[in-house]
Design a protein around this ligand. Structure first.
Ligand SMILES: [Zn+2]
Length: 459
């Protein structure tokens, strides 16, 4: 009997889902064709990367980018264009360097980690102890670690698994008396490209400076140590944390024709690290989202509900823009039908990860996933139709926590983590046609979710 009930639900659900696909196929194809020849999106990302440049929290460039984005949305004909204020941390790296002192004198390429304290002006000169894991370091213990610089020479095993050495490495080493930490950059391969990124301190634990080396530099130190050499480096960093700065999210609406109060959010983050141009991370997501909505507007498509592009500030360190947007929405959160985030680069789009929401019955979740898969079918012609259960993103997390269905854009991600947070994250890494296909993927998904008669997730 239970089985029969399940089959009935599945049959009804797939019919509904099929309807969605059939109903929107023609319009989806029109959007895809328009995106394939779109020039405006590329013009926007070029301006952002080449004229404004990188956009770290606290910088004048970030504020310029936010003002420019709001102005651009306004010129594109979006409504309610505005800045939602947020206070953001302001960290500046200043001059910094690492050099081998023993067994040979040689400079190494490096980048301080975001949020790190400075070294004394003369630097910190100490022996390096390379380790391949926290466990290895903790086995060596205070006796071998105190007074030394720990080098986390940890091979990349996926961002989620490896980034912990960047975020928690300083605290874990300081607990054993280390005087600084170095990190093999969190990325799969390297062409002498150090990767920066945020790091944390913990109350009650001594703050020590932290910097990333290139894979080339880290593995050389490992080889020298393995050969029995005492390896000594000098680390110099002028990094400083200034008072929190004024920043904000840029938003603009394509107002819905029937249910304007119901909102579908699509966005990326406007801030970036202070190296490269923040082209893939996340100029590509921010500009693809902006252009997806601008393109719908230009095509004269007005969906049933409102589509809102949100360009969040300060994703890279504390997510203050994500929280500011959530706070601004307040108790109208129930009007948010879905939130789509693109923050994985604009290589060839692949699809979306989908989370219907917390605490929903399996039947509701299955039905919503089927509907999302039906939307995915509209993107199969460009290879962007893969819909998987589970997805989200840092900037939509505060919305998802309060029940908004979350959708994480996914690309093939072949090279993303080679460029991420490096001086090489520049616009030449973004392929124009792939970028356009990402605009298509976002535009089709947002349009259909905003236009379907029923909400994406019917609770
Ligand atoms: Zn990002």
């Amino acid at each position: 009997m239970g089985r029969l009930v399940f089959l009935c639900i599945a049959a009804v659900t797939s019919l509904t889902a099929q309807d969605v696909t059939e109903q929107y196929r023609a319009i989806a194809n029109r959007i895809i064709e328009a995106a394939k020849t779109d020039e405006d999106g590329w013009r926007k990302i070029s301006y952002l990367c080449d004229r404004i440049g990188n956009r770290p929290s606290g910088s004048a460039a970030l504020e310029q980018a936010i003002d420019w984005a709001i102005d651009t949305m306004h010129k594109d004909g979006l409504d309610n264009t505005r800045r939602i204020a947020a206070k953001v941390p302001h960290w500046e790296r200043g001059q910094e360097s690492v050099a081998l002192v023993e067994p040979v004198a040689r400079p190494l390429l490096m980048l301080g980690l975001g949020g790190s304290i400075a070294t004394p002006p003369e630097g910190i000169t100490a022996e390096v102890v390379p380790v391949s894991s926290f466990e290895e370091m903790e086995k060596l213990g205070r006796e071998k670690i105190a007074g030394k610089i720990v080098l986390y020479n940890v091979p990349f095993a996926g961002y989620g698994r490896t980034v912990i050495y960047r975020t928690s490495g300083a605290v874990r080493a300081a607990k054993l008396g280390a005087v600084a930490t170095l990190l093999r950059s969190v990325g799969p391969t390297s062409l002498q490209t150090p990767h920066t990124g945020t790091m944390d301190y913990e109350d009650g634990v001594t703050k020590i400076p932290a910097a990333a080396l290139t894979i080339e530099g880290a593995t050389m130190i490992q080889r020298l140590a393995d050969a029995g050499n005492k390896v000594v480096v000098r680390l110099k960093m002028e990094a400083q944390t200034l008072p929190d700065a004024d920043s904000g999210d840029a938003i603009g609406d394509l107002t819905g024709r029937e249910k304007p109060k119901e909102i579908v959010v699509v966005g990326g983050h406007i801030d970036s690290w202070d190296v490269g141009s923040g082209a893939q991370d996340d100029g590509s997501g921010a500009m693809a989202a902006l252009q997806a909505v601008a393109l719908l507007k230009k095509m004269g498509l007005q969906p049933r509900r409102t589509i809102r592009v949100v360009l969040w500030t300060n994703e890279e360190t504390k997510g203050r823009g994500a929280q500011a947007y959530r706070d601004w929405v307040g108790d109208k959160i129930g009007d948010h039908v879905a939130a789509i985030e693109m923050d994985g680069g604009a290589e060839h789009p692949r699809g979306f990860g989908f989370s219907a929401g917390v605490g929903l019955s399996p039947v509701v979740q299955a039905k919503a996933l089927d509907r999302m898969k039906a939307i995915g079918k509209l993107l199969e012609s460009i290879g962007a139709g893969e819909i998987t259960a589970g997805g989200g993103g840092a900037d939509i997390a505060p919305l998802m926590k309060d029940g908004v269905p979350g959708i994480g854009h996914r690309s093939v991600g072949t090279h993303y983590f080679e460029w991420h947070h490096t001086p090489a994250d520049t616009l030449d890494k973004v392929d124009k046609q792939d970028f356009r296909l990402n605009i298509a993927a976002l535009a089709v998904a947002t349009y259909v979710i905003a236009d379907m008669p029923e909400r994406l997730v019917e609770k």
